[in-house]
Write a protein that binds this ligand. Sequence first.
Ligand SMILES: [Cu+2]
Length: 469
Amino acid sequence: MTSRRDFFRNAGVAGVALAAASVGRAALAALPEPVIMDKAATQPPLVPPSGRPYNPVVTLNGWTLPWRMANGVKEFHLVAEPVVREIAPGMKAHLWGYNGQSPGPTIEVVEGDRVRIFVTNRLPEHTTIHWHGQRIPNGMDGVGGLNQPQIPVGKTFVYEFVARRPGTFMYHPHADEMTQMAMGMMGFWVTHPKGRHPLIDPVDRDFCFLLNAFDIDPGSYTPKVNTMLDFNLWMWNSRAFPGIDSLNVRLGDKVRIRMGNLTMTNHPIHLHGHEFLVTGTDGGPTPKSTRWYEVTTDVAVGQMRQIELLADEEGDWAFHCHKSHHTMNAMGHDVPTMIGVDHRKLVTQITDLVPDYMVMGERGMADMGEMEMPLPDNTLPMMTGTGPYGAVEMGGMFTVFKVRRDQKPGDYRDPGWYKQPAGTQAYEWTGPLAQPARFRSEGGQSMPASRQGPEMEMKVRKPTGHSGH
Ligand SMILES: [Cu+2]
């Protein structure tokens, strides 16, 4: 039997290392020692050891930064530094982040807390931190050149303010922003309400993650930092499917999921099997009269959204961005649409000259999910992941929301695949097939063209099974 506290003690702290050895002890004598995370796995919630109590969040493939209490002030230490982040098994990226990972650790405080954050710059260039969305003194807002001088290489600056309003926030540099955010510098911030809040309901599980994107050429390790819109890796917390951990909950749990978007485009985030309410935005909790049920919510650039739902349907439910190219990993090249093109004869001729020649996508692109194609080192397949019934054919911003009857309260571990009760799964029809009834339109277009184009002859190839290659 492992309690949540024991689980944290055993699993959580194991991944945390004090990085005192790499920093001059004397120089940091007055600072909290920076805590460094060496794992990309989701860490158990950090139950607050001091200060006002709250129900902690779980950061997908992330962790919460421990703090030190100093005369009633919560003191944190962030270290901006180059990091190596595992994007998914089989691919690592050379990023910039905080305290060993990208994104940096989640910071959790309580409304009314006085917070002091030491920021040490171990990057090769200057930086700052902007506390996105918060009410703070102007000099703490972190826009380099506007609110403060940049933090030079090797120096430590101190930010101090009161977390005035509860909600979901982010942090990121406001210094050489395009480069530093393209390299992965960002983090999540949650300010819990002090006591009972009329618009913030208690929940059983509270998850958070950032939407982020990189442009990393297949076979390489470092993001291209001058990319404006054409990113090729779509991430949740610098992880791509199948590297994104599942969200594991107990049947009947009230669940909150917080998301912040630090990519350069919007993401319609879609949950299967349940309806949810948007209970919070950038500005804090939404008035109850403005909430309606949906299954997809768009998170625009620079926005935060929190959704809430009752997990009352058992199963493994897909949870993903609904832009279908955001649930794919990098393509090494442009691929023309080949659906319906019969190039069997052509292939026979070409393979006489090029033995390994292969045609992609004649029957759609699903074959890519199972294809064993040679990839450059350190490259994720475009569509991948294996579920209990075969290839999932996904990448990027995709994971699974797992609802289980026997998941223990406070246990966030992966319960494995859902076993569907007999008779509740789609199945193959083996009876006779009737001729389809074709609908014949009486009317046609409301404004038909006066001239008709020439009749074209099209041949439709219908798939007849997996043979024929
Ligand atoms: Cu998206």
